[in-house]
Design a protein around this ligand. Structure first.
Ligand code: FES
Length: 106
């Protein structure tokens, strides 16, 4: 994982580890991570794909405002992963377009 584990001034608290699934692949995380933080710590930066142009999108604002980090979580599309905490055994999948709406144009 790609994380800050030591800091010269701040204490880095120990947190319980957990495992979730990204596109059927087991991925380690720490309790208290958002989904986006856990994916980023594991080198995964592309969270969704635009329907028309197949362009990758990932974390942009990081505060739940832009929607670029939306993924399918436990079968539910359009979950903003930057403000959703990861859970043990959670299933997270790359979202294509707007997540199943046949009238989508993005
Ligand atoms: S990165 Fe903007 S809503 Fe998540």
């Amino acid at each position: 994982m790609n994380r800050i584990e030591q800091h010269p001034f701040l204490e880095v608290p120990q947190r319980r580890g957990l495992v979730f699934y990204y596109n059927q692949r087991a991925v380690p995380a720490l309790e208290g991570d958002t989904i986006a933080a856990a994916l980023t710590a594991n080198g995964i930066r592309a969270f969704r794909e635009t329907r028309k142009r197949k362009e990758s999108r990932g974390m942009f604002c990081g505060i739940g405002q832009c929607g670029d980090c939306m993924m399918v979580v436990n079968g539910k599309p359009n979950v903003r992963t930057c403000v959703t905490l990861v859970e043990d055994g959670m299933r997270v999948e790359t979202q294509i377009g707007l997540g199943g709406d046949s009238h989508e144009t993005v």
